[in-house]
Design a protein around this ligand. Structure first.
Ligand SMILES: NC(=O)c1ccc[n+]([C@@H]2O[C@H](COP(=O)([O-])OP(=O)(O)OC[C@H]3O[C@@H](n4cnc5c(N)ncnc54)[C@H](O)[C@@H]3O)[C@@H](O)[C@H]2O)c1
Length: 440
């Protein structure tokens, strides 16, 4: 579907606040929300910082399976607020005892579905991190659980509320880059061959069995935790599942699409080398580069990532999306905002700088305010779970095609792969006992 002024207006009205600048929204009841964090690592604490900053949330409890993450996080909350949050090792106990109004889920990806579903069932509204899950059917189960419980579930794809992304979306949807025939989304970082890291006994204070949870119980290795799970396919989905969700989400959002018709990936580890997984040592196992083609009805999109060679050849930025239109090329970036490079000679480039928050150059703040406003007014939030389920599916289908080694035709309505039973088996996975794969 080509975007035009009419659809642009329709979508902005539908989303309610597509152009409201973060900070202009006010969640107005003055109510204090009893808020709990599940997964008190790097990003969870960034979100918690914004929850505190909103002035409407009291951080009553934190949960982490690693005491080395939990203790400093609790000390920081106490320093910032004067209140000591309760500390938990098991999110089920936290939900039962604290009954929070809001739960933030910022664990590694393979835990998002069970923690989110348990939280909405316990009556909490949830702010869950991207990608929403590890396999596609988990995502559908999360959407259904949110709807059944009547809770607001916001996903942390904060680019949907970031000022330059919003103005860039408007620019493109008004047709200023012409008709878009192709989109290229990419994350290009440097890197090189990977050396295996020895396996170790889990450090004191870390419940490694619980960290692995529904995923396979691999030997503990410091490459995986903290933060490293992204490049281990038992727990994450590589760069496309991690960084990539933000950019494939921009494609669906700006082009007003719900899903692609076909998906094909190719890639591998020619530079990092074959994955190593022995009783003694491990490397990561996600591809060091990947090309994924998404065929939509009226345009083609593709994803490209590399973890070698960096990107010195392109001047715009090493992450983002290029939208290629009949009137020029539009780069939607991150720290460099957006730039439009017109086709016509003599026409000047147009550029907009970003407005980002520290730490880590993000727009969680706007998304948090939107979340509270959605709770208070009973509307869907900007990054509603169903929307970002579809964006997560873009990433997961790309990785599914990579694992399968062939293209897939996607029936987005029924969330099935057409005519390929083996591919459909990869829409879910076996959970390790006692964890049970969520029911749709
Ligand atoms: N939206 C964004 O821009 C953005 C940026 C960074 C990270 N993220 C997302 O945030 C999530 C966390 O990433 P991170 O980099 O902070 O990782 P991290 O490793 O720093 O933190 C994750 C924490 O979860 C804990 N954990 C694991 N299993 C748990 C369980 N069952 N219960 C409670 N805690 C558990 C770990 O011990 C760890 O402390 C990921 O899903 C990631 O994709 C989003």
């Amino acid at each position: 579907m080509a975007i035009n002024r009419r659809t642009f207006l329709r979508s902005s009205v539908a989303s309610g606040l597509a152009f409201a600048a973060p900070g202009l929204l006010r969640a107005g009841s003055g109510r204090k929300y009893r808020t709990a964090l599940i997964g008190s690592g790097w990003w969870g604490m960034n979100i918690t910082g914004e929850a505190i900053q909103s002035g409407q949330c009291k951080i009553v409890a934190l949960c982490d399976v690693d005491q080395r993450q939990l203790d400093p996080a609790a000390a920081k909350v106490e320093r910032l607020t004067g209140d000591a949050p309760k500390k938990y090792r098991d999110y089920r106990e936290l939900l039962e005892k604290e009954k929070p109004d809001i739960a933030i889920v910022a664990t590694p990806d393979h835990w998002h579905p069970l923690a989110t579903i348990a939280a909405v069932k316990a009556g909490a509204h949830v702010y869950v991190e991207k990608p929403i899950g590890h396999t596609i059917i988990e995502g559908r189960a999360m959407v259904n659980a949110a709807r059944a419980a009547g809770r607001v579930v916001q996903v942390g794809t904060h680019r949907r509320i970031s000022p330059h992304n919003v103005s860039g979306m408007k620019f493109l949807q008004e047709g200023k880059a012409g008709k878009i025939g192709m989109v290229r989304a990419f994350v290009l970082y440097g890197g090189g061959p990977e050396q295996p890291q020895p396996n170790e006994e889990p450090p004191a204070g870390l419940d490694w069995d619980m960290w692995c949870g529904p995923g396979p119980l691999r030997p503990y290795n410091r490459k995986m935790h903290p933060k490293g799970f992204r490049q281990f396919l038992d727990y994450g989905n590589g760069t496309l599942g991690d960084w990539g969700v933000h950019w494939v989400d921009q494609i669906l959002w700006i082009m007003e699409e719900e899903w692609p018709r076909t998906v094909y990936s190719s890639g591998g580890r020619p530079i990092k080398g074959p994955p190593v997984f022995t009783a003694k040592e491990q490397t990561t196992d996600a591809p060091d580069h990947l090309l994924t083609t998404y065929q939509f009805e009226d345009f083609t999109a593709y994803w490209e990532h590399r973890q070698f060679a960096g990107n010195p050849a392109e001047k715009a930025e090493n992450v983002g999306c290029y939208f290629y239109g009949t009137k020029g090329t539009f780069h939607m970036g991150w720290k460099r905002g957006w730039t439009f490079y017109p086709v016509s000679r003599g026409q000047k480039e147009i550029h907009e700088e970003p407005q980002l928050n520290e730490p880590d150059q993000q727009n969680i703040r706007g998304l948090w305010v939107d979340f509270l406003d959605a709770i208070e007014t009973g509307r869907r939030p900007v990054c509603d779970i169903e929307l970002i389920h579809r964006s997560t599916n873009m990433s997961l289908l790309g990785m599914l095609s990579f694992k399968l080694g062939r293209s897939v035709r996607w029936d987005g309505q029924n969330e099935r792969i057409i005519g390929d039973p083996d591919a459909n088996k990869l829409l879910r996975r076996e959970y390790r006992e006692p964890w049970v794969y969520p029911k749709v």
